[in-house]
Design a protein around this ligand. Structure first.
Ligand code: SAM
Length: 267
């Protein structure tokens, strides 16, 4: 049997930082980098998405619903909203809390039993290979149905660790055309999202400084053990460095673009 998906990073954001949403949010400029302001930015992002849902929409599917905040919002809006996630913790938490259809699977494996008016991917399209993403979106949407998605994409010049996550934007838009979607709304929100990276970088820096202070005496008293440990954990330390590079908002904007899109099937 396949091991269930259990995304620890997403659990950390939700259970430790107390975030209701698992996306970057939409920041106003010139505000302090605090968790409270991140929460406000995430609420603003949720509002942006909700405002883009066309009035005629009645049935929706949220692919990769995270903590279920947007799903709940859509139910509160009176929509027949369903959600999907392959994550075992999200499934356990959400099926207890929300009495509406939940699909516990990867979108690639989802066999839609109906055609929805709208499918939402909020920071989840990046996890799904492009061929399967378009194939299953086409299968899940009714004729003239809407696809609302918000995510980061890589630019053509993206390189190194920055090129590792997100679909290439030009390739994605080529497929949007090829699959007969019309673009009703396209908004580049890169600038408004990157403050989240600056905040995360701040938190990591403070954590590292604290760790340095706490371990200073040990490193001074046991230089040989310290060297051995550094050697043993060099791969993990390299990963940590890569992780920090991913939090560089300047590099993010040079290599990626965060876009909000509302698409409609032309037939
Ligand atoms: C960054 S979180 C975004 C959560 C939520 N949509 C939000 O905006 O807060 C990514 C979500 O995609 C889900 N996911 C990961 N791989 C997936 C896949 N192959 N198919 C569907 N969802 C997936 C994760 O479990 C998680 O719920």
């Amino acid at each position: 049997m396949k091991k269930p998906k259990n995304d620890r990073a997403l659990r950390f954001y939700n259970e430790v930082l107390g975030l209701e949403h698992l996306h970057y949010g939409f920041w106003e400029s010139e505000v302090d980098l605090t968790i409270d302001n991140l929460k406000r930015a995430q609420k603003r992002y949720e509002d942006l998405i909700a405002e883009l849902i066309p009035a005629e929409v009645k049935t929706t599917l949220e692919v990769g619903c995270g903590t279920g905040a947007m799903w709940t919002r859509m139910l509160d809006m009176g929509l027949e909203a369903e959600a999907l996630s392959p994550d075992v913790n999200q499934m356990e938490m959400l099926t207890k809390k929300i009495k509406a259809p939940f699909h516990y699977c990867r979108f690639e494996d989802f066999k839609p039993a109906k055609e929805y008016d709208l499918v939402l991917n909020s920071e989840s399209s990046q996890y799904i290979p492009l061929d399967q993403l378009f194939e299953n979106i086409n299968r899940s949407l009714r004729s003239k149905g809407y696809w609302l998605l918000c995510d980061y994409f890589t630019l053509d010049n993206a390189s190194g660790v920055m090129a590792k996550s997100g679909h290439n934007f030009n390739e994605f838009m080529r497929r949007v055309k090829e699959n007969g979607f019309n673009v009703l709304h396209e908004q580049d929100i890169t600038k408004e999202t990157t403050y989240t990276l600056d905040l995360a970088r701040d938190i990591v820096k403070k954590g590292k400084a604290g760790f340095d202070i706490l371990t200073q005496k040990f490193r001074y008293d046991h230089p040989v053990v310290t060297k051995i440990l550094a050697r043993l954990f060099r791969k993990k330390l390299r990963k940590l460095d890569e992780g920090e590079e991913l939090l560089d908002s300047k590099k993010f904007s040079e290599n990626k673009k965060y876009v909000l899109l509302l698409l409609q099937k032309s037939t």
